[in-house]
Design a protein around this ligand. Sequence first.
Ligand code: PGA
Length: 254
Amino acid sequence: MKRKIHIVGNWKMNQSISSIKTFFTEFNENCSKYNNCNMWIAPQFIHIPYLQEVTKGKGVVKIGAQNCSHVNSGAFTGDVSASSLKDLGVDFVIIGHSERRAFFQEKNEILNTKTINALNANLKVIFCVGETLEEREADKTKSVIKAQIDQGLANIPKNKIKDVIIAYEPVWAIGTGKTASPEQAQEVHLFIRQHIASTLKWNKDDVIILYGGSVKPSNIDELLDCEDIDGALVGGASLVASDFDKLCAVGNRH
Ligand code: PGA
């Protein structure tokens, strides 16, 4: 069964008001043609209102955040709550990106709290999992991902399961130019799908699983050809309007 393709741009700590303006001047021309593909972008928090403004009326690009707090309010200087994101009209939040795990020491337990908070605030969640090169070489890929899923996605309210998207992002493929081969990616995607069915009891055919890690116009086609890959979470290539456009055009065809 083919699920609707999602192409999600993770802009990380990049872009400026002027580069965003240029991006949408180019991208807005084509994007309304891609009805078959969900196009989402997560800019820096501070750029969210500007993206909402420049995409207004196009109705096709959804805007998200790259992180949110594990609590809803209080003395947490510098944090941004899921409810305040929802208040701003944000659609989704990325949780557990490997850069959050590595640079901000975010562990599965806190990522679970963030996920539940975000879902209760009526945001969709893209929950990221993935192994490091060391873990892959030690043949620990599946056990690492299993723990990330079992702990990070524990106790999700039943009525919120439909709002969770999983992103498989092998850490060794992020920003390195090394993409997992379609076979490597498909193997892990299938494992994730089977695992969430057997452990979490989610309906495996409904779960959207994105691949991330050096996705670009030249490799997206073969990745999306895989049965269990339902889209891509894209860093570098999503910053350039013409590349993002190509990714969405391919997504739209699948
Ligand atoms: P990349 O980043 O496409 O630049 O490898 C992907 C990500 O970190 O989500």
